[in-house]
Design a protein around this ligand. Structure first.
Ligand SMILES: Cc1cc2nc3c(=O)[nH]c(=O)nc-3n(C[C@H](O)[C@H](O)[C@H](O)COP(=O)(O)OP(=O)(O)OC[C@H]3O[C@@H](n4cnc5c(N)ncnc54)[C@H](O)[C@@H]3O)c2cc1C
Length: 306
């Protein structure tokens, strides 16, 4: 074992938090694609104090760390991740309503929150009904559907800086764009978000949610193992359409296949390796560039070693 990993593992024990850390945890158990090799260290801090201790250990032992949500936007490579992967635990899943405002922990499931908001007759989160990520991942990616985005409902975000200071920024300072926000570049760890919703009509909320579910079912491979859209839509185009026109729809490699329902999704048909998915990603990029002169930008993130 790498000396720094060994040292970090011992530090977890010394500081009395060894039960939140695992050695060589397979990340395929934590990603929606069900693909991914081991993380040297995998840690689930249950509260802020444990999170700060965890980051301190990583920094003192000079090991890189990553923060993951539900792993629904990730391709983790087959040899896994060298360093520490942090997945926020129970203490980051609180939901508190204050009239029409909701404070949600970074580990809360977005689709679950949309259901809770519906039960309270609050509108604004209908677009999130099928998005399987956490609040943290959804903020970092400015997740959205049908023209509605997290940026439309965020009031402020509280996060931990690299220096382990807690900061809170209002919407105006977060600089949300298509599938990104400034916190990503700052390597901030999102702790919670305050979202503003509006009073709504339960029937209207429910019918909008049903409509979104129907659109998804018709157009996307929602019953398959995927990591959502693989590529961002280039300005003025739909990535799925470009991929289809470039002849890559249905293409397969090993256990992975470009969905024949929606070409911007790659499916793990069973036993796919990250190398299979990566092959398809590169093949799509090559074909779209050759056919249309457009360089597709990846929406999914690739972590780890081949
Ligand atoms: C079936 C399916 C449908 C999908 N549909 C949509 C859709 O309609 N719209 C859409 O936008 N996306 C969609 N996605 C993609 C994905 O769900 C979103 O991007 C989601 O926001 C990712 O959240 P996550 O918790 O899974 O993040 P992860 O995939 O675990 O991580 C993604 C990024 O977020 C960062 N991150 C996670 N938590 C934190 C935190 N607390 N602090 C700082 N950084 C953090 C990670 O470091 C990483 O950079 C879909 C995915 C699937 C599998």
């Amino acid at each position: 074992m790498d000396l720094n990993i060994d040292k970090a593992n011992k530090e977890f024990r010394k500081r009395g938090i060894n039960e939140i850390v695992k050695l060589n945890e397979l990340l395929k158990y934590h990603t929606s694609l069900r693909i991914g090799g081991p993380a040297d260290l995998f840690c689930s801090p249950r509260n802020l104090e444990e999170l700060i201790k965890t980051i301190s250990i990583a920094q003192e032992c000079h090991i890189p760390f990553w923060i993951m949500g539900n792993g629904t936007n990730l391709l983790v490579l087959d040899k896994g991740v060298r360093g520490l992967v942090i997945k926020l635990g129970e203490g980051f899943k609180n939901i508190n309503f204050f009239d029409k405002t909701v404070q949600a922990g970074a580990g809360v499931n977005l689709f679950y929150l949309s259901k809770v908001a519906f039960n309270k007759g609050l509108t604004g989160l209908e677009f999130a009904i099928n998005i399987p990520g956490t609040i943290g991942g959804a903020i970092i990616n400015n997740a959205g559907f049908a023209g509605r985005y997290m940026a439309d409902i965020v009031e402020s975000v509280t996060f931990l800086t690299k220096e382990k200071r807690i900061k809170k920024l209002p919407l105006a300072d977060l600089n949300f764009k298509y599938r990104e926000c400034d916190l990503k570049r700052q390597l901030a760890i999102i702790l919670e978000a305050t979202l503003f919703l509006k009073e709504g009509d339960k029937e209207k909320i429910s019918s909008l949610m049903e409509e979104y579910v129907k659109i998804r079912k018709n157009k996307q491979p929602i019953d398959e193992l995927t990591a959502g859209s693989v590529f961002k839509n280039p300005p003025g185009f739909y990535a799925g359409e470009l991929i289809e026109k470039a002849g890559a729809k249905g293409l397969s490699r090993g256990g992975a296949r470009v969905s024949s329902k929606h070409a911007n999704f790659i499916i793990n048909k069973g036993g796919a390796k990250a190398t299979d998915v990566l092959f398809l990603i590169r093949e799509i990029e090559k074909r779209v560039e050759e056919n249309f002169g457009i360089k597709l930008e990846r929406e999914i993130e690739i972590w780890g070693e081949l």
